[in-house]
Structure formats: structure tokens, C-alpha cells
Design a protein around this ligand. Structure first.
Ligand SMILES: Nc1ncnc2c1ncn2[C@@H]1O[C@H](COP(=O)(O)OP(=O)(O)O)[C@@H](O)[C@H]1O
Ligand SMILES: [Mg+2]
Length: 312
């Protein structure tokens, strides 16, 4: 039997380009070359350079494993291209990627489905910031400001007053050309629930505690620190069950597929969903390999499941 032709997509033009290379490296290390004919396609930094599309069309792999994070790789655009080319791929489809990469859109849908999210305000790119002062005061500081379409905690700041918040939003506008999502800062325990679709249905891989050394789980802790940022949750079983139920509900309501990580904050027994990552990191430092290990799988077995689910 001929081997399945796989293409791993890596790089891209988003600010998470370097993280993508590290995810790809780890994926390549864990794919079985006895089973798969493996190719890597690098998406360039320059969005206008489309040579990779020709490369992909010429190769026409049986399956694409995406190691892309952020930007077009995670917002549904690359998924749309793959769909046009009739190439099956790992993870969520166009709709859920687009929704989950837009924090405000995902929050609105979750709210509508009675999934607990954090109170906040949406500040469009062109809006007059001063018009929001009173509304933000009512939310009560500290507040957190995030780029609506950001990732990897880049551009996120905690503000203790309106002046600091204005600076954070101006920075989001200037650096990332993005709308801002403002939320109450929840000084709670952070957890992530990793899920994967298997033949038996949606399976919870693990609920992991995020061990933040600072106020937020920032870029350094996610990718640079040598200390393990995650451990099996110490929350009591009844909380863990609630977290798992909320994760499944959020995954389904946002039409996610394949796998994903549902990030949450827990304070005073109240659980809030922060976001769903449709293409979570796969670096040797990331949550997915840790969650897979918790559920008794190594990364190779996890990747096999992703491929098998789509190629039957
Ligand atoms: N409302 C909040 N209160 C406290 N911490 C938060 C809040 N929202 C986000 N964070 C912290 O910031 C990190 C990144 O936020 P998130 O919304 O997941 O953006 P990104 O897409 O950049 O990962 C979270 O993992 C968490 O540590
Ligand atoms: Mg996040």
C-alpha cells in the first residue's frame, strides 16, 4: 500500500510565525515516516508571495497537518483555500476558525448559548475612546485590554485606570491595527481543557492548570520559559466535571472540529471561558502534547488520530 502523502504547513505572516516553526518541528519529529510520505510547505512572511500555493497545488497532498498559528493560518483563510483545493486538513473548518480568531464574535455566540464569559466592552478601531470612560468605570478596574484578533498573549495589558487602558488600546491600534476587547481582570486560576475528536466521539484529553508566575499567561511563559507551565488540575472532581461540560459545549457551539483547547479562568467556584484555540501550539512546551500525555497518548498517536478522523 502506498504511503499517505502529508504536507505540514509552517511559518506564515502572523506574529506567531516563529512559534509555528517550533510546532512544525515537533510535529515532524513525531510523524512516522514508515506510515507517511511527509512534506513541509513554508508559508512566507510576505503575504503577497504566493509561491507556496503553487507548491501545494503541485504536491496535492492527501492530507494537510497545519502547524500555523494566528493570522490567515488560524482565521479560516487557509482552511478556505484547502477546501477549494479539496484537500482535507487537521482541525476546525472555515467558520469555527473565523469565529474563534475573533474574540468578540466568539464571546457573543458563547453568551447566547449561556456559556459563562467575562463581562467587558468591545472598542472598535475607529471609535472615540473617551466615549467609553464611564462604561469602563462601571466594569471596575483592573481591566484587561486585548487585540480582538490577537494570539499568544501579544499586545495584552492589564490596566488599573482609564489612562493606562487608553494607552493599551492605542498600542493595540497602532501595533496591530485591531479592535480592542476589554474585560474585567479575573484574578483566578487558569485552566485549559484539551479535546480531540475520536471514533468514539469528542474526548476530553485533560484539564490542565496553567501555572502563571505573573498576572497573565504571557508569551514568555507559553514559549520561552524552561519551567513547565502546566500540570494536571488540582481542582476538585466536581469542578473538573463542570469544566469538561463547558468545554464540550463551547467546542460544539462554535462548530469546532478535530481538536482544540478551551481556556478558562476559575474564581470563587465560578468558571469563565476565555477563548478556544482552534490551532493550539504543538511545540514541545505546549499544552497539547502535555494534554495528550495526560490521556495516555504520545504526540505520534495524537497526530495519527487527527489524520485518521479525516481520512477514512
Ligand atoms: N479577563 C481576564 N482576566 C484575567 N486574565 C486574563 C483575562 N483574559 C485573558 N487573560 C490572560 O491573558 C492570556 C491571554 O488571553 P487570551 O484572551 O487567551 O488571548 P490570546 O489569544 O493572546 O491567547 C490568558 O491566557 C490569561 O492568562
Ligand atoms: Mg489564549
Amino acid at each position: 500500500m502506498s504511503k499517505l502523502k502529508l504536507a505540514v504547513l509552517a511559518g506564515g505572516s502572523s506574529i506567531e510565525r516563529e512559534v509555528s516553526f517550533r510546532s512544525a518541528e515537533n510535529i515532524l519529529k513525531n510523524l512516522d515516516s514508515e506510515k507517511y510520505d511527509i512534506h513541509t510547505i513554508e508559508l512566507p512572511k510576505d503575504k503577497r508571495d504566493t509561491a507556496w500555493v503553487s507548491q501545494l497545488m503541485a504536491l496535492h497532498p492527501d492530507f494537510v497537518l497545519s502547524a500555523l498559528h494566528g493570522g490567515r493560518g488560524e482565521n479560516g483563510a487557509v482552511q478556505g483555500l484547502l477546501q477549494c483545493l479539496d484537500i482535507p486538513y487537521s482541525g476546525s473548518g472555515i467558520l469555527s476558525c473565523a469565529l474563534c480568531m475573533n474574540k468578540q464574535a466568539a464571546k457573543s455566540i458563547m453568551e447566547g448559548a449561556h456559556i459563562p464569559v467575562i463581562d467587558g466592552e468591545f472598542i472598535p478601531l475607529e471609535a472615540d475612546l473617551n466615549a467609553f470612560e464611564q462604561k469602563l468605570d462601571r466594569l471596575e478596574y483592573p481591566l484587561i485590554a486585548k487585540p480582538n484578533r490577537g494570539g499568544s498573549s501579544i499586545g495584552i495589558e492589564v490596566a488599573n485606570d482609564f489612562d493606562a487602558l487608553k494607552k493599551a488600546v492605542e498600542n493595540i491600534r497602532k501595533q496591530y491595527d485591531d479592535d480592542a476587547v476589554i474585560e474585567k481582570y479575573i484574578d483566578g486560576k487558569e485552566v485549559t481543557c484539551a479535546v480531540v475528536q475520536t471514533d468514539e466521539g469528542l474526548k476530553i484529553m485533560s484539564v490542565l492548570d496553567i501555572n502563571k508566575s505573573k498576572g497573565i499567561y504571557d508569551y514568555d511563559a507559553k514559549y520561552l520559559s524552561t519551567q513547565s507551565a502546566v500540570s494536571f488540575t488540582t481542582l476538585p472532581d466536581y469542578m473538573k466535571t463542570m469544566i469538561e461540560d463547558i468545554a464540550v459545549k463551547a467546542f460544539n457551539v462554535l462548530h469546532c472540529k478535530g481538536y482544540g483547547c478551551v481556556d478558562m479562568l476559575v474564581k470563587d467556584e465560578q468558571i469563565y471561558v476565555i477563548e478556544i484555540n482552534t490551532l493550539p501550539g504543538m511545540t514541545d512546551h505546549s499544552l497539547i502534547p502535555a494534554a495528550a500525555a495526560q490521556s495516555g497518548m504520545n504526540l505520534s498517536e495524537f497526530l495519527d488520530i487527527l489524520i485518521k478522523q479525516r481520512i477514512k
